[in-house]
Every structure is written in C-alpha cells, then in structure tokens.
Design a binder for this molecule. Structure first.
Ligand code: SF4
Ligand code: FES
Length: 286
C-alpha cells in the first residue's frame, strides 16, 4: 500500500520556520512509522533528521507527535493509524534542534531534580545486598518502567505553560525512589518537588474536605508538584507548614504536620496511579 506521509521539517540554517513536506511511501500495514521515516531518509531525502536507537520501545529516543498524539515511532504500526494520511512532527513543548529532533536538556534537568537515584547514607551498607520483600518491591514496580521518552511531559499543558513545573516523568521517577523501602531521601525529594502552588491546592482541597465533612478527600488531595529552586525550598516548606497548620487549627481538626506529610506521601502514591492511567494516552514505552 502507498502511505501519504507528512513530516514537519525545520532546518535552522535554512528555514525561517517549520513547514510540512509530503512523501509517498510504499509500506506494509505491519510496518512501523519508524520504518516509514527510514524509507524517506534512505530512499528520498537523506537530510531528514530524527533520533532512534533500539527500534523496539526500549531506549525512548524516538518519541514524536504522530497523528496528533505523542507516541514512539518504533511502536506504532501503519495499520494502527487508520487509512488516511500520517503526520509526524517533533514533540511539542521542547525546542526543535532540527526536523524531528528536540532539545531534551530541559527535560533531563527536571528529571535530575527528582533525585532519581538511591540514597541510604545514614545506614551502613550491609555485607550483602539490601534485601526487600516482594510486596515492597511491587509498590513501585510500574514506575521502574519509564524509559524517559518525554512523551508524557511534552504532552502536558502545565509543562508548556509553567517553566518551573517538573512534569510527569520527573514525578514518576521520584515515585520510584520515594516508595522504595530501602531509600532514605523521601522527604528531600518531596521538598524538591514541592512548590507554592501546592500550598494553594492543598488549602483548597482541605477546605473542600472540611466543607463536605469528608475526611477521605484530604487524603485524596494531590498537590501540584512543581520544581522548586534550591534557595526557595526552605522558605516554601516553612510557609507550607505554617499555612497548613493554620488551616488545621482553624477547622479544629486533630491533624498534625507529620500527619500532613504522611498524607502528601499517600497523595503521591495516588498521583502515581493517576499518571499511570494518563500514560496510556501517550503510548509511552514504559
Ligand atoms: S512515563 Fe512513559 S511517557 Fe513519560 S517519559 Fe517515562 S516512558 Fe515516556
Ligand atoms: S527507537 Fe528506542 S524506543 Fe523507539
């Protein structure tokens, strides 16, 4: 079959702005969009630029906007995209370097702010490996599967609108370590992710919970977890505690700050589940 393929092209050395170019490609229904891109590059226009490495949904390097949705080009087949034209554009919300290649530096900086590594400085290392029960391991199993393709983060309007927002991929990777029973830096990660808007969100959720008399809503409060610059962490945290305390005192509940911290952790757990279901919409490899 012949596929009508449109690719958003941009060469900063030649083009004033991105523009669509059309290609007709011979393909079988089971071939993937990555195969179409290879055919264009090898047979029609060698200047077409895109990233890919594993070609099997493992490395995360070929996330693109395909037919209006962020997907991995190596995972989506021609027959899954219907009979019409196939459009391919770079991931939204990230600076375009050339054609389908975007600058991922900002994405990885935010990923790093989630401290995506194991921390256990206060306990001496055991003689053999640090043991963990299957149940404890299962708590964060889903969030180990992220391949850092940026499909989720670059499809998030909050990420486009608010430069300080870390985005879903960083939160997923924070979740991976916060709920690891061997890790000791959960509080530090929570502080790094916390931002002023979280206070407002939590305030609003608390008021709603108090108004409705439904304590469950407090636990369901999902703080807006945004990146915080280091110098702001301390004051934001203090402000959070005092505002939370004043709300708690004002409504006469028996919640404590440590209880609030536990609830934020609980909310993060729920946030992980919420993001997992939203990831289904971006066809990530993880
Ligand atoms: S969570 Fe999924 S969509 Fe987001 S970066 Fe990781 S693999 Fe990609
Ligand atoms: S090329 Fe590695 S995930 Fe697609």
């Amino acid at each position: 079959m012949q596929v009508d393929l449109r690719i958003l092209r941009y060469d900063p050395e030649r083009d004033g702005k991105p523009h669509w170019e059309a290609y007709t490609v011979e393909a079988r229904p089971i071939e993937r969009v990555l195969d179409l891109l290879h055919k264009v590059k090898y047979e029609q226009d060698g200047t077409l630029t895109f990233r890919r490495s594993c070609a099997h949904g493992v490395c995360g390097s070929d996330a693109m906007l395909i037919n209006g949705r962020n997907r991995l080009a190596c995972r989506i087949r021609v027959d899954q995209l219907g009979k019409g034209r196939i459009t391919v554009a770079p991931l939204p919300g990230l600076p375009v370097v050339k054609d389908l290649v975007v600058d991922m530096d900002g994405f990885f900086e935010k990923y790093k702010s989630a401290m995506p590594y194991f921390v256990a400085d206060s306990t001496p290392p055991p003689e053999r490996e640090r043991r963990q029960s299957p149940e404890d391991r299962a708590r964060y199993d889903d969030t180990t599967k992220c391949i850092l393709c940026a499909a989720c983060t670059s499809s998030c309007p909050s990420f486009w609108a608010q430069p300080s927002y870390v985005g879903p991929a960083a939160i997923v990777n924070a979740h991976r370590f916060i709920f690891d029973s061997r890790d000791e830096a959960a509080e530090e990660r929570l502080e790094n992710l916390r931002y002023k808007t979280q206070i407002k969100t939590l305030q609003r959720r608390l008021r709603e919970a108090v108004d409705s008399g439904d304590g469950e809503q407090i636990a369901a409060a999902q703080p807006d977890l945004n990146a915080d610059r280091k110098q702001q962490v301390q004051s934001a945290n203090e402000k959070f505690k005092s505002q939370f305390q004043s709300i708690v005192t004002g409504v006469g509940t028996s919640l404590s700050i440590s209880g609030a911290q536990a609830q934020i952790k609980d909310a993060l757990q729920k946030l992980g589940s919420a993001y997992q279901s939203s990831f289904a919409k971006v066809d990530c490899g993880g």
